[in-house]
Design a binder for this molecule. Structure first.
Ligand code: PMP
Length: 417
């Protein structure tokens, strides 16, 4: 038993979870690999739950960060003006927003995904003067009272102890044989239904924690249409599906929709540093100074690495690389599902946001545990942890991608024996 793991088990509160799934102490990480304190090497198909889409300690970002730190660049400046912030904002406009014909103001809501969601919900209420938020079954948006109240997972909601209010949870796409949006429209048309016109709808285009559920583009378009018809603000939570994970910088680009508010965090800094932005249509920029602030809004180290990360998106070649490699993943996984019918598996996802759902109870967790023993880090998702979730770094070399996939296949094989 490791002394460091003993210390963690003894002193850290019981709320820890990944320590249980990956019971090793890690010391080092580079690109798509991690090492534990015994020097064992792992391929990382977890990527910090989507916070490390470019892998660990990317050379280009590291170089820029070291240069900045050793020249005494400002670390913390609240939301004062800094060169690191200005450079990030300019490059974000030039490389990301303008080429996509997107007109958003950038707000720094606080350092985490939860902060951006919370700011989006709060702003939507202020702008519309309405209270309710429509969210979807299987959605995950954060752990605070507001973000948890739009999270469609009863186990997570139990953490709040008491029921959470002012939200209506509707069925997400794909998982019902009726059209939830038709119901919603009926409710809104019928004043007596008890469903008031909401301030906003909050949607993930592909649900991460909910089990890699990818909404169809037509469904997302219908969500947008419904929002426009009723003056409801459309919030896309791209905290997990964004920054290239589904194959494009924003996950909603491919669906051809333009949300009113976009939540980004996780891989935005590119380096695992906490950074979040809430993108808002310019006309929504109504908060006065002080109506939404926070001590850790805008970490300059995170701005430096986030700026360097944007270089990946300069010329469209990265999208092509992601697409090519994701084809390899889907082919491989479809083959596993076909070769091992006992696992009753279904391949799910979009781009590099991929999973296999297994109807066999507890199977996904067993696969993840077996893979970990064999040097592959992978987590599970879904309300009953029924999906094993593949989140390799987007820039992983094909050879190591295939190595990781082979470990999965071997683990499945060993377990069905
Ligand atoms: N939204 C989505 C879609 C997420 O996946 C997460 C985190 N898993 C969050 C919000 C919350 O982000 P954070 O953990 O950084 O607060």
């Amino acid at each position: 038993m490791s002394k460091n793991l003993d210390i963690i088990n003894q002193h850290e509160s019981a709320v820890r979870s990944y320590v249980r799934s990956f019971p090793k102490v890690f010391t080092k990480a580079k690109k798509h690999k991690m090492w534990d304190e015994n020097g064992k090497e792992y391929i990382d198909f977890f990527s910090g739950a989507g916070a490390l889409n470019y892998g660990h300690n990317d050379d280009h970002m590291q170089e820029k960060l070291v240069e900045y730190v050793t020249s005494d660049g400002i670390t913390h400046s609240l939301d004062m003006a800094s060169t690191a912030k200005a450079t990030f904002l300019e490059k974000f406009q030039d490389i990301i927003l303008k080429p996509r014909d997107l007109d958003y103001k950038v707000m720094f809501p606080g350092p985490t995904g939860t902060n951006t969601v919370e700011s989006a919900l709060k702003l939507a209420r202020k702008v519309t003067g309405r209270t309710d938020i429509i969210s979807f079954t299987g959605g995950f948006h954060g752990m605070t009272i507001g973000s948890l109240s739009v999270t469609g997972n009863s186990m997570k909601r139990k953490g709040a102890g008491i029921p959470l209010q002012n939200t209506v949870t509707m069925a997400y796409d794909n998982y019902v044989d009726h059209d939830t949006l038709v119901y919603l429209e009926r409710f809104l048309e019928d004043n007596g239904s008890g469903v008031a016109i909401p301030a906003a709808m909050i949607v993930e285009t592909v649900q991460g924690e909910g089990g890699i559920n990818a909404a169809r583009f037509e469904w997302l378009k219908k969500v947008e249409e419904l929002c426009r018809r009723w003056g409801i603000l459309l919030i896309i939570d791209d905290v997990q599906a964004g920054i290239g994970r589904t194959g494009t910088f924003f996950s909603f680009e491919a669906a051809g929709i333009k949300p009113d508010i976009v939540c980004l965090s996780k891989s935005l800094s590119g380096y695992g540093l906490p950074l979040a932005v809430t993108l808002i249509k310019p006309e929504l920029d109504i908060w006065k100074p002080g109506e939404h602030n926070g001590t850790f809004r805008g970490n300059n180290h995170a701005f430096v690495t986030a700026t360097a990360a944007l270089d990946y998106w300069k010329d469209g070649s990265f999208e092509k690389e992601i697409h090519k490699k994701s084809q390899i993943i889907y082919q491989f996984l479809e083959q596993i599902v076909a070769d091992y019918p006992e696992i009753k598996g279904e391949v799910r996802g979009r781009g590099f946001m991929v999973g296999i759902a297994s109807e066999v109870e507890g199977f996904a967790e067993k696969v993840a545990a077996r893979c970990f023993e064999s040097g592959l880090i992978m987590e599970t998702a879904g309300p009953n942890d029924e999906v094993f979730k593949l989140f390799p770094a987007l820039n992983i070399p094909i050879e190591d991608l295939q190595k990781g996939l082979t470990i999965i296949e071997q683990s499945v094989k060993d377990l069905v024996k």
